[in-house]
Ligand binder design. Structure first.
Ligand code: ACO
Length: 311
């Protein structure tokens, strides 16, 4: 690249402006974005599975309608993100292949099972809550299509978070058994939710460069702290206990101190050894294969239409 192009790129990033798909960009910047956006898209699509598990068993028509809408939103998020990623010169087909062949990752959180209906509420409250903490800053990320996709996604994630909180609040106003179900669910999801932010900063190989490029605007630990600070008063309002004996307000820091998740478990899950990894990927692969005829038919139709227009 000419030094002028490089300077232009650096200046755009420095004034916190957007890089657009046709602008010159360093190859490593492009690669990092493909990695992160694809991983994010895959998380949205794989994330449909744990909650989809409960659509047929929702306790009322109202809950079923809410859950269906939510799971459909996740599909939509995946599609915006795949589209944003395609502007970087990869196809959705390639990205899906990389996912099902285990060459790209998706969020660790979706490798945990959903064992009760309270999990639908907890995923909304904690998992979507963590997603919002991580994604609101990404609305200002340096790559235009990614930042713009995030704006709409965040609006929908806020709705998801509130529906989760409302579901849990309803259960907490119910019977002792329902309250116990909520607490048990929170006990299982709290630590995996903290892991969503990625490894501690000292063990995060990508953060420094991604921050220099304006792809990430906060470190993993900073966002994890923000999430803990946000969740503690919400847990109090709900009447649940967060399963961390080290959790307490630190007056001096103006933040909560908290314990560390089991990082060995995190590594295991990221490497494919979590409770549901194999099942999640097998399901995605089956859905992709079952949908092949739709893609082929759509392509054949598009080709025929294009040929007809040329005649
Ligand atoms: N699950 C799976 N893999 C993870 C996780 C996680 N929770 N956290 C980090 N990793 C991976 C990283 O992808 C990286 O591996 P890679 O280099 O092969 O891609 C490795 O662990 C080291 O992590 P970092 O250096 O900290 O990686 P990075 O700078 O990409 O930060 C983060 C990770 C914070 C997840 C970032 O990619 C991000 O903000 N992504 C967008 C948000 C997102 O993907 N959300 C999906 C879940 S939310 C939802 O869908 C509801």
């Amino acid at each position: 690249p000419s030094p002028e192009l490089e300077q232009q790129f650096d200046a755009t990033v420095a004034r916190k402006d957007r890089i657009e798909p046709r602008d010159w960009m360093p190859e490593a910047y492009r690669k990092t974005l493909v990695r992160q956006i694809a991983q994010h898209a895959h998380s949205e699509i794989i994330g449909m599975q744990p909650e989809g598990n409960w659509i047929g068993r929702a306790p009322s028509l109202r809950r079923k309608a809410i859950l269906l809408a939510k799971v459909q939103d996740e599909a939509g998020h995946g599609l915006y993100l795949y589209s944003a990623c395609e502007t970087l010169g990869v196809t959705r087909d390639e990205l899906t292949r990389m996912l099902i062949e285990g060459r790209q990752k998706y969020s660790s959180i979706f490798n945990y099972p959903t064992l009760s209906y309270a999990d639908v509420g907890t995923i909304g409250w904690l998992v979507d809550g963590a997603a919002i903490c991580n994604q609101v800053p990404l609305c200002r990320t340096s790559f235009g299509p990614y930042g713009r996709a995030m704006i709409r996604i965040c609006k929908e994630e806020s709705f998801h978070q509130r529906q989760g909180f409302e579901l849990l609040m309803t259960m907490m106003r119910g019977t002792d058994e329902q309250r116990a179900m909520v607490q048990e669910s929170v006990d299982r999801f709290w630590w995996p939710a903290l892991m969503m932010f990625g490894p501690p900063d000292a063990d995060s190989p990508n953060t420094e460069q991604s921050m220099a490029w304006g792809i990430k605007t906060h470190t993993n630990d900073a966002l994890r702290q923000k999430f803990v600070d946000m969740s503690v008063p919400q847990a109090t309002a709900l009447g649940v206990t967060l399963p961390d004996p080290e959790l307490r307000w630190n007056e001096e820091r103006g933040h909560h101190d908290f314990g560390q998740p089991d990082w060995a478990e995190f590594m295991r899950v990221v490497k494919g050894g979590g409770p549901c990894n194999a099942q999640r990927v097998a399901h995605r692969k089956r859905a992709w294969e079952d949908g092949a005829w739709v893609r082929e038919a759509a392509l054949a139709f598009a080709e025929r239409e294009a040929a007809a227009q040329q005649e």
